[in-house]
Design a protein around this ligand. Structure first.
Ligand code: NDP
Ligand code: ZN
Length: 351
């Protein structure tokens, strides 16, 4: 089969591989819709997960099942499915402990385009099919369905980790597709003020549509002074970090109130340590919690988040700014993701 792969750090290309083998609990799917992720860009061009040779990329997909293992209960050949980007081993001790995304070791629930071939291929393999696939709801827009792989669950996990509650004032730093989903999640969970930090015009407009009450441009002024001014010196109850760099934690710690939570879903790709400003952290006694997490993945989450789409409470298809056709389209879509043109939010490939 044909697949679009990371050949080595910094290089991608089309390769031929054997079609993956289906284990008794697994499924083999063909892709219907695909999306590249900022994480694929980090994997290839920043060497974020170390060297990988000839590994097929991609972890965001909607698929159709072409083969199922004999122990799979709920799915059959021909079913159209939502595919979670994170596919834990649901019988692992980590999953039983509530941290399925770390089943088999830290971050090891992330298998596609990390420990095994990803979804940018004619066929891809899904472990633990009953636990990691969900039926594609009848009539669901394919762009919305593709955003259920990673963008929506990750953005929403940011809001979960931050324990967004009624009336919270929140800052969401970074409003690419992940942060935009965090903004929408905060609005659904009852946040009051939502300060969305970003600069691209498409993203800032969509942030407002999803519920941001203020947009803060980090390029035209310091985030801390802008948010402190707008909150009359009080700061915010919660901060979700979905973009930026190591410096962003310094800013988040400055703007979050004592008792507040900083929730990170951003990939940190710089240096060996992350600085925390001592005074802003109350010299270690400020009751400011710093949390960070990989999105949990799995079928239940996909099905529950899908309900928010089928009931019209959220429209993640609005993230799709560019559409390509055919499997070959993943190449252009990924390069676009790397180059991040001003009008990009998220590209989609209809296979
Ligand atoms: P994007 O690159 O599309 O968005 C990043 C956002 O951060 C943009 O709004 C950008 O602003 C903003 N930004 C950049 N630099 C700064 C800065 N210095 N200060 C404040 N804001 C800044 O990324 P995605 O939304 O696709 O992904 C976000 C992160 O989430 C990535 O690191 C990705 O790897 C990670 N991720 C994590 C997952 C998880 O499970 N935890 C899963 C999937 C992704 P501008 O408008 O100027 O571009
Ligand atoms: Zn992703």
């Amino acid at each position: 089969m044909k697949g679009y792969a990371m050949l080595t750090i910094g290089q991608t290309g089309w390769i031929e591989k054997e079609r993956p083998v289906c284990g008794p609990l697994d499924a083999i799917c063909r892709p219907i819709a695909l999306a590249p992720c900022t994480s694929d860009v980090h994997t290839v061009w920043a060497g974020a997960i170390g060297e990988r040779k000839n590994m097929i990329l991609g972890h965001e997909a909607v698929g159709e099942i072409v083969e199922v293992g004999h122990l799979v209960r709920d799915f059959k050949v021909g079913d159209k499915v939502l595919v979670s980007a994170i596919t834990p081993d649901w019988n692992s001790l980590e999953a039983q402990g509530g941290y399925a995304m770390h089943s088999g070791g830290m971050l090891s629930g992330w298998k596609f385009s990390n420990f095994k071939d990803g979804v940018f291929a004619e066929y891809f393999h899904v472990n633990d099919a009953d636990g990691n696939l969900a039926p594609l709801p009848e009539g669901m827009d394919l762009g919305a369905a593709a955003m259920l792989s990673d963008m929506m669950p990750t953005g929403f996990h940011g809001a979960e980790l931050a324990e967004i509650a009624f009336g919270d004032n929140v800052a969401v730093i970074g409003i690419g597709p992940v942060g935009l989903m965090s903004v929408a999640a905060c609005a659904i969970r009852g946040a009051a003020q939502i300060y969305a930090v970003g600069s691209r015009p498409n993203c800032t407009a969509l942030a407002r549509e999803y519920g941001a009450t203020e947009v803060i441009n980090y390029r035209t002024g310091d985030i801390v002074s802008q948010i402190m001014e707008q909150t009359h010196g009080a700061g915010v109850d919660k901060v979700i970090v979905a973009g930026g760099d190591n410096q962003t934690f310094m800013q988040a710690m400055e703007i979050v109130k004592p008792g507040g939570i900083i929730s990170n879903v951003n990939y940190l790709g710089q240096g060996d340590t992350v600085p925390i400003p001592r005074a802003a952290w109350g010299f270690g006694m400020g009751h400011k919690q710093l949390r960070g997490g990989l999105m949990p993945g799995g079928r239940r989450r996909s099905e529950y988040l899908a309900r928010l789409i089928t009931t019209g409470r959220i429209h993640p298809e609005k993230l799709i700014s560019h559409t390509f056709n055919g499997l070959e389209g993943v190449e252009q879509a990924l390069i676009m993701m790397k180059d991040k043109p001003q009008d990009l939010i998220k590209p989609l490939v209809i296979v």
